[in-house]
Design a protein around this ligand. Structure first.
Ligand code: G6P
Length: 372
């Protein structure tokens, strides 16, 4: 049954191993002849044509999925997107109206902060769409439209497979809305769908080829007191997610930063031995960003940081400056986050396990926070 660990040491170990299926099952049935077909969104073309802005609302890991989704919605659908923590949105007298589409993201569909923000947005006249992993939950019931993620039941308190499914659903939505609005050519849509469909196998490759090495690294690092994560563009939300997962599971101080912000403050934290994970953009897909991140790595390396690079397989530029390289398969820039997060989930889980902690039930946290 779903409530069974099925031979895994923890629900989280099982759920990380299910990240490929979470993506594949979220895509399944929603692609037809090179186009996105989301049956749940039939009849909503007018809504998508009429909106002039999108606000994404979520909490926790789902919020970071939303930050990734912003890049895809803006690129493919050409609609401006704001991403907000649901509890911050609600108490700010937000400016929304009938031309606003509020997209909420929630694994459980029961997070009270997110629910109340969605209700407030609806009261102010916004249209609401729920991305949710739980059939029939409260947030989708309160929304005008629903796109379910099909990650399957997630039991471990900290979210893993639901996160990759949430990004997948946001990408499907972005491609669909881009086509409906005429902002996206059939050729770009078809190529993007092919990239999306190739992700499950690439995630599987990471689990098969890198998981053991990452777990070994997490055992070596089990005495570490602080870990920093740097990323740029779509790698930035992934840095935030990597830091959150490490905090939640291992109780180690962890912080994520935008790599470009390094020189504006965080570089002061770099001292000899400080471990820093760096999400390295593809040298082919994003040459300028790649060069900038490599120069960030040089800067922190010169100050003694211990650099763990998450980089595309075959990226040789990173080798001279990184103490460790965690490899991910080639993908176009927008698709990198769904791959780059996998080593970070494995690392956080491995480190907590090395410290003898219960990865399924971290202290003080609840799977679904149903109070404000
Ligand atoms: C809790 C969980 C997090 C989760 C967040 C949002 O804080 O511990 O793992 O990301 O809620 O949950 P939701 O069900 O709305 O995605």
């Amino acid at each position: 049954s779903a409530a069974d660990k099925g031979g895994w040491s923890s629900f989280m170990a099982k759920e990380v191993s299910e990240e490929p299926e979470a993506v594949a099952n979220t895509i399944r049935g929603r692609v037809k002849d090179g186009e996105i077909v989301i049956p749940e969104l039939d009849g909503l073309d007018d809504l998508f044509q009429g909106v002039s802005r999108v606000i994404v609302l979520a909490c926790g890991t789902a919020y970071y999925a939303g930050l990734v989704g912003k890049y895809a919605i803006e690129q493919w659908a050409r609609i401006p997107v704001d991403v907000e923590l649901a509890h911050e949105f609600r108490y700010r007298d937000p400016i929304v109206g009938p031309d606003t589409l509020v997209v909420s993201i929630s694994q459980s569909g029961e997070t009270m902060d997110t629910l109340m923000a969605v209700k407030e947005a609806a009261r102010l006249g916004a249209r609401t769409l729920s991305i949710c992993n739980t059939q029939g939950a409260t947030i989708p019931r309160e929304s005008d439209a629903i796109v379910y993620t099909h990650a399957g039941p997630e039991v471990a308190v900290a979210s893993t497979k639901a996160f990759v499914a949430q990004i997948t659903a946001l990408y499907l939505l972005a491609l669909h809305v881009g086509r409906v609005r005429g902002a996206l050519s059939p050729a770009v849509a078809a190529a993007s769908i092919r990239e999306l469909e190739a992700l499950p196998e690439k995630i599987q490759w990471i689990l098969e080829n890198e998981q053991e090495r990452i777990e070994q690294l997490s055992r070596w690092m089990s005495d570490t007191r602080s870990v920093l994560f740097l990323g740029r563009h779509v790698g930035y939300p992934i840095a935030l997610e990597g830091a959150l997962k490490l905090k939640e599971l291992s109780y180690i101080h962890a912080e994520g930063f935008a790599a470009g912000e390094l020189k504006h403050g965080p570089i002061a934290l770099i001292e000899p031995g400080q471990p820093v994970f760096v999400m390295v953009p593809s040298p082919r897909g994003a040459a300028t960003l790649h060069a900038k991140v490599i120069s960030n790595i040089e800067e922190i390396r010169a100050r003694g940081a211990r650099v763990i690079a998450v980089a595309e397989e075959g990226d040789a530029a990173v080798l001279p400056f990184a103490d460790e390289v965690l490899r991910v398969p080639l993908a176009s820039p927008l698709f990198e986050p769904i791959l780059a997060v996998v080593p970070l989930h494995v690392f956080a889980m491995g480190l907590a396990t090395a410290k003898g902690l219960d990865v399924d039930q971290p202290r003080n946290l609840a799977k679904s926070v149903t109070v404000e």
